[in-house]
Design a binder for this molecule. Structure first.
Ligand code: SAH
Length: 493
C-alpha cells in the first residue's frame, strides 16, 4: 500500500519539516498490524515527494494478538496489504501525527500555508465507484484523476474491479490534506479493522470540524465512517446538522429577543396553540407522548402537569435549547417520581431513531416549517413510518394569515382593504415569512395537500383544526392537523 504526497512549493524540500521526517533518510515504524516505511523518492527545492509505504502483515492481522475481526480478514489471502484502508488512517495518525495536528517546530509558518499538493493513492477500494469518489472529493475543492482497474486483465468482460488509483490535487495546507485522507479513506473502503464506539464518533466530529457539516455527502460519510454503529452516526449527524444550521442556533435567541413571539403576541397565539395541542393529546387517550422539536420545553412543562401522561420525551436538534429546557423545568431538582416520567433527548428528525418508536402520540409544534423542503420526505418516513405513534398532532403557520400581521406585512395591505377579499388560496399579496428561520410557510390548501398525501402513503387518517382567531377569508393564524394511525390487520399498530 503506497501513498505519496508531492509538492512544488518553493523550497519543496521543506515539506520534510512539516512531516517531521528527514528527506535524507528512510525510516521504519512498527505498528500493530505491520510496519510503515517513510522515504522520499525525490527531494529537491523544486519537487519533493514523500512516500508512506505500508507493509501490512496479512497473517498477523488474522492470527496476531490484536486479531482484527472483520470476516473478510479471517482469510490469510486478503486485499489489506495492497489497498488503502483504515490501516492507512492509523498509520497517518501515528507516523505523521504532528503534521495531522498542525504542529511544526522548525517551520511553524508553513503549517497554515496552503501549498500546491498532490496525493496519490496507489490502490483505493471504493464502494460506490468513481461517481462516489467525485461526490466526496470535489466539493472539498480537489481536482481528481481516477484510474479504474479491471477485475482481471485477461477477462475484459468481467468488467472493472472496485479498485482505483486516485490522484488528488489541491492548494491547501498539509494538515487539511492529511485530515481528509484520514477520515475519507476508510469511508471509501467501508471496512474497519477496529471497533467503532463513542470515541470514534468524537474523533469524526473533531476531524470533520469546518468541512463535514456542510458537505453534501455528510450522511454517507458519517454512516460509513461509523460503520456498524448507526445510532452513533445519527448522533453525529444531529450534531453536524446543528453546526450547519446557524438558524437552529439562532433559535436559541428567540426566547431573549421574543421575535417570533412578538409577531404573534396580540392574541397570545403561543398559549392558545399549546392549549389546543394539549387538548388533542388528552383526547387521544395517550399516556406515552413525544414532543418532537420540543425547543425550550413549553409543551413539555404542560404535559408534566397532567397525570394522564406517564412517559414524556422531548427531543430537539439544538443542544442549547435542551439545556434551557432542562433548566426551566428544573430537571435536576424534580422529585424522582416526576423525573422518571421525563427524558430530554438530543436528536434529529431527519434520521430514524429507535428511541422514538412505540409511543401513543407525538406533538410536532411549529417545527416542520424549519425543515428544508427537499428533506421533508426523510422527516415523513422517520415520523410516520418508523416512529409511527398512534396520534400525531402537528402545527404550522398559515401563510395566508400573514397579511394580517401588521408588523410582518410592512407595506403590504391586508387584501380586504383592496376590496379583494377573495378565496383564501388566491391571496395575491405575498408578505414575508413569520420568522427568519422558517424555510417555508404553507397556505391551508398546501398544508392539506401535504397532509393528505402523507395519510395515503403511511396509513393514517387526518382532521384539521384551526388555532387562534379565524379570519373568514384567510383562516386561522396557526393550522393544526391531527393524524390517527389506521389499524392494519396484523401489524399491531
Ligand atoms: N415546539 C417548540 C419549538 C418550536 S421552534 C415550541 O412550540 O415552542 C422549532 C424547533 O425545532 C427548534 O427547537 C429547533 O431546534 C427544532 N428543530 C429544527 N430542526 C430539527 C430537526 N431536524 N430535528 C429536531 N428538531 C429540530
Amino acid at each position: 500500500m503506497l501513498l505519496t504526497i508531492s509538492t512544488t512549493h518553493h523550497p519543496a524540500i521543506d515539506v520534510g519539516y512539516l512531516l517531521h521526517k528527514n528527506p535524507a533518510r528512510c525510516q521504519t515504524f512498527d505498528l500493530s498490524f505491520g510496519r510503515a516505511h517513510v522515504f522520499y523518492p525525490e527531494a529537491t527545492t523544486q519537487n519533493c515527494t514523500a512516500a508512506l509505504l505500508l507493509d501490512v502483515d496479512p497473517v498477523g492481522i488474522v492470527r496476531g494478538p490484536s486479531r482484527f475481526s472483520e470476516r473478510l480478514l479471517d482469510q490469510y489471502v486478503n486485499d489489506r496489504p495492497f489497498v488503502a484502508s483504515s490501516f492507512l488512517s492509523v498509520a497517518i495518525a501515528q507516523v505523521f501525527g504532528s503534521a495531522l495536528q498542525g504542529r511544526s517546530k522548525e517551520r511553524p509558518e508553513l503549517v497554515d500555508t496552503p501549498l500546491p499538493l498532490v496525493a496519490r493513492i496507489a490502490v483505493l477500494p471504493c464502494r460506490g465507484g468513481e461517481a462516489f469518489l467525485r461526490r466526496v472529493f470535489e466539493p472539498l475543492g480537489y481536482a481528481l484523476t481516477v484510474a479504474p482497474h479491471p477485475l482481471d486483465e485477461t477477462f475484459a468482460d468481467w468488467g472493472d474491479s472496485p479498485y482505483f488509483t486516485v490522484e488528488l490535487s489541491k492548494t491547501t495546507t498539509l494538515k487539511e490534506l492529511l485530515t481528509h485522507l484520514y477520515v475519507l479513506v476508510p469511508v471509501f473502503d467501508h471496512r474497519k479493522h477496529y471497533y467503532v464506539g463513542q470515541a470514534e464518533m468524537e474523533n469524526l466530529l473533531a476531524k470533520g470540524e469546518g468541512w463535514l457539516a456542510s458537505h453534501p455527502e455528510r450522511e454517507a460519510i458519517t454512516f460509513r465512517y461509523l460503520k456498524h454503529a448507526p445510532s452513533l452516526a445519527r448522533q453525529a449527524l444531529a450534531q453536524l446538522a446543528q453546526e450547519d444550521e446557524p438558524e437552529v442556533a439562532a433559535l436559541d435567541d428567540e426566547a431573549s429577543t421574543g421575535e417570533e413571539d412578538s409577531a404573534e403576541a396580540r392574541i397570545s397565539l403561543n398559549e392558545e396553540r399549546l392549549g389546543t395541542v394539549l387538548a388533542a393529546l388528552r383526547a387521544s387517550g395517550a399516556r406515552r407522548v413525544l414532543d418532537l422539536g420540543c425547543g425550550e420545553g413549553n409543551l413539555v412543562r404542560e404535559l408534566m402537569k397532567d397525570k394522564q401522561f406517564d412517559e414524556i420525551i422531548g427531543l430537539d436538534v439544538s443542544i442549547r435549547s435542551l439545556e434551557i429546557a432542562a433548566d426551566r423545568l428544573r430537571l435536576d431538582r424534580l422529585p424522582p417520581h416526576q423525573k422518571d416520567r421525563l427524558r430530554l433527548l438530543h436528536g434529529s428528525l431527519m434520521y430514524r431513531d429507535r428511541r422514538l418508536e412505540g409511543f401513543d402520540a407525538a406533538a410536532v409544534v411549529e417545527v416542520i416549517e424549519h425543515l428544508d423542503p427537499p428533506r421533508l420526505a426523510a422527516f415523513e418516513r422517520v415520523l410516520f413510518e418508523c416512529a409511527r405513534p398512534g396520534t400525531i398532532v402537528l402545527t404550522t403557520p398559515n401563510r395566508e394569515y400573514n397579511v394580517l400581521w401588521a408588523n410582518l406585512a410592512g407595506d403590504a395591505k391586508p387584501a380586504e382593504t383592496k376590496g379583494e377579499r377573495a378565496a383564501a388560496d388566491t391571496v395575491i399579496v405575498s408578505p414575508p415569512l413569520r420568522h427568519k428561520d422558517h424555510r417555508f410557510e404553507w397556505t391551508r390548501a398546501e398544508f392539506r395537500t401535504w397532509a393528505e398525501a402523507v395519510t395515503e402513503r403511511f396509513g393514517y387518517t387526518v382532521r384539521f383544526l384551526p388555532v387562534g382567531p379565524e379570519d373568514p377569508a384567510l383562516g386561522p393564524p396557526t393550522q393544526m392537523a391531527v393524524f390517527t394511525a389506521v389499524q392494519r390487520c396484523g401489524d399491531g399498530t
